[in-house]
Design a protein around this ligand. Structure first.
Ligand code: ZN
Ligand code: ZN
Ligand code: ZN
Length: 189
């Protein structure tokens, strides 16, 4: 069975998160021995207006809170990726994509997404980004920051902290939600 994380998480729920991680690893079957991500790319930023992660090296972007994303006060996040290929490694989740319309990072393995520029996010010309993750009680590795969450409404990654059910501004309306999300770890420079 291919590890199709299209919300594999849903089947386990937040309370059983550590179990979900183990089950996901088992479900990956033959791909469990895949190589770790091969590339790194910094320049990713946190937007204090909407809490999203976005690529900050491009001039244009679209923030669901209006106007452009802002990078004031943000670390310089250093993401790992598999280039344009596919790959999986333990406790690392590939399938995250850059949207050229709004510059946000979003989970691209689910069909429905919501872009603040209108319509869905697009993954054309994006690397296949891989994010480290753990359960809510798992400490972030050295050099990384935890508390990043997947929003099931828009598929975006946002900074939601821990123990907060919602945060920021979601392009589908209201705040982002973190239900059923792993605790993602982002490395920064
Ligand atoms: Zn923003
Ligand atoms: Zn977008
Ligand atoms: Zn959202």
């Amino acid at each position: 069975m291919k590890w199709n994380i299209r919300m594999t998480r849903r089947r386990f729920g937040k309370a059983a998160l550590s179990g979900a991680v183990g089950a996901a690893a088992l479900a990956r079957g033959g791909s469990a021995a895949a190589a770790p991500p091969t590339g790194r790319q910094n320049g990713w930023r946190w937007c204090s207006k909407c809490q999203s992660l976005f690529y900050g090296e491009h001039i244009s972007s679209a923030c669901p809170a209006g106007g452009r994303h802002v990078n004031a006060g943000s670390y310089d996040y250093d993401l790992r990726h598999y280039g344009f290929g596919s790959g999986e490694a333990p406790r690392v989740q590939p399938g995250w994509r850059w949207c050229s319309k709004c510059q946000s990072l979003f989970y691209g393995e689910n069909t429905a997404s919501v872009c603040p520029s209108g319509g869905s996010h697009v993954n054309a010309n994006s690397y296949n980004y891989a994010l480290d993750f753990g359960g809510d009680g798992t400490a972030a590795p050295p050099g990384a920051q935890g508390g990043w969450r997947w929003c099931s409404k828009c598929q975006g990654l946002f900074y939601g902290g821990l123990g907060e059910p919602t945060g920021g501004v979601c392009p589908s309306g209201g705040p982002h939600v973190n239900a059923n999300s792993y605790n993602y770890f982002l490395f920064f420079l």
